[in-house]
Design a protein around this ligand. Structure first.
Ligand code: BGP
Length: 460
């Protein structure tokens, strides 16, 4: 093959609890912020489709796992719902939830699919959000207890653990740009949330290290958005470096290098935006480095120098330091409004090699959401050639990075089957498998057949 991947490369896909399980009011599950927000403001959600039904994985996991096997997966990432495992976020574990996650894990292993388990995918238990969510230090401790409970319950079989998926997204969505509950716009509080999330991560890594999980690895999943300046001019370069500090290095440096970038700390300090922190916590963050990094990559960030100085009386925002920039002629996924830039995945991996100790990594999400995919139906199957091209384009650059010595171990697509999106419900479909939301019927798309061949041949 023109593109062969290393031995034991991880081929698979990713999902999250809220987006696929459904059964939101079954099996003793407590409420999370998404259940609550939907009750409160259903018209915020695309076509008023909420998180209660989604793709019914709770009842159909056996058939779904059989399908994963049928399309060649050797690994699969899902998340545990905190509010299902520990309703209310603290106290006793829910036995029905333990049984459900045990069944999923056992079924995956029986089918030769390695479970990758993520502990938090945007789904704060509602009661804990009422206590302030990540702004509250007590919630940080409760999260560490929840993580420890998960290791003890499932660590005998699960070897790949992730503390968070895209921890910066609840910061952006919930506290800066108004697309997650509690939809507050307040940078100072946003930075407190970000800092406490890093701390929660470090405590969960520390709890992992005190257990001896044979061959176990602990990591985190970050959405890295490489920042490209409009030009070589110093102003544009500086703008890109600052965007990179806020949106990438904030979390990446903390979890891989053990400290926040000095330039970011100095900048927040200068503007009176530093979160409240304890010295011991900084030492803890420094001591707890990850083993494995999941990289979610969808789009780059293109920036240019500010055209107008920000009004100092306006609320502080990262955008005080850069303007967004649309590169002329860029390739777009117009459905989602995201630029498609395949080389970005290579740039990320080379950066990890050069500046982050070549940490073991994999692509934990990459994917293409498309509207009205039935248009591409032929003989009962969606012919999603655009998705195949999209994946190929990224895999070629990933292959190049591996050739150059980047420590990349796998590629997971977002997502296994069409599922519920936080922002657009079932409008943009991402899956290898299409789902009829009315009947819950699953049908593999063309890309499912293609990925099966790719995973079996370990290349294309
Ligand atoms: C990632 C999230 C996923 C998923 C995906 C697609 O950021 O980790 O949960 O939702 O994006 O994005 P969207 O659903 O917004 O189209």
């Amino acid at each position: 093959h023109a593109y062969s991947f290393p031995k034991d490369f991880w081929w698979g896909s990713a999902v999250s609890a809220t987006q696929i399980e459904g059964a939101a009011n079954e099996g003793g599950k407590g409420k999370n912020i998404w259940d609550h927000w939907y009750e409160l403001e259903p018209n915020r959600f695309f076509e008023e489709v909420g998180p209660s039904a989604t793709s019914d994985f709770y009842h159909r996991y056996q058939d779904d796992i059989a399908l994963m096997k049928a399309i060649g997966h050797n690994s699969f990432r899902f998340s545990i719902s905190w509010s299902r495992l520990i309703p209310g976020g603290e106290g006793e574990v829910n036995k029905e939830a333990v049984a459900f996650y045990n069944n999923v894990i056992d079924e995956l292993i029986a089918n030769g699919i390695e479970p990758f388990v993520n502990l938090f995918h945007f789904d704060m238990p509602f009661e804990l959000q009422e206590k302030g969510g990540w702004e509250n230090r007590e919630v940080v401790e409760l999260y560490a207890q929840y993580a420890a409970a998960c290791y003890d319950l499932f660590g005998d079989r699960v070897k790949k653990w992730f503390t968070f998926n895209e921890p910066i997204v609840p910061v952006e969505g919930g506290y800066l740009y108004d697309f997650h509950y509690p939809n507050i716009v307040d940078a100072r509080r946003a930075f407190q949330v970000a800092y406490h999330t890093v701390l929660a991560h470090a405590l969960a890594v520390a709890a992992f290290r005190t257990r001896s999980i044979e061959d176990g690895k602990i990591g985190i999943i970050l959405n890295l958005t490489p920042s490209y300046p409009r030009s070589d001019h110093l102003g544009d370069q500086k703008a890109a470096a600052i965007a990179d500090l806020f949106f990438n290095r904030s979390f990446l440096d903390a979890v891989v290098l053990g400290s926040f970038p000095k330039e970011l700390v100095a900048l927040l300090d200068e503007y009176g935006q530093l979160p409240t922190y304890e010295k011991e916590d900084v030492a803890l963050i420094n001591a707890q480095r990850i083993d494995l990094l999941g990289v979610n990559y969808y789009q780059p960030r293109r920036v240019k120098a500010k055209e107008h100085l920000p009004n100092p009386a306006s609320p502080f925002m990262p955008e005080w330091f850069f303007d967004h920039y649309d590169m002329p002629g860029r390739k777009m996924n117009h459905y989602r409004g995201w630029e498609i830039y395949e080389k970005g995945i290579y740039d990320i991996m080379v950066n990890l090699k050069d500046n982050y100790g070549n940490i073991e990594s994999f692509v934990s999400e990459n994917g293409m959401g498309v509207q009205n995919e039935e248009r591409f139906m032929e003989n009962g199957q969606i012919q999603d050639k655009y998705r195949i091209e999209f994946i190929k384009g990224h895999l070629k650059w990933l292959h190049q990075a591996i050739q150059e010595g980047c420590n990349v171990r796998g590629y997971h697509l977002w997502t296994f089957m069409d599922n519920w999106s936080w922002t657009n419900a079932y409008k943009n479909r991402y899956g290898f498998i299409s789902v009829d939301v009315q009947t819950q019927k699953r049908t593999p798309k063309k890309s499912a057949e293609w990925i099966k061949a790719v995973s079996q041949q370990n290349g294309f």
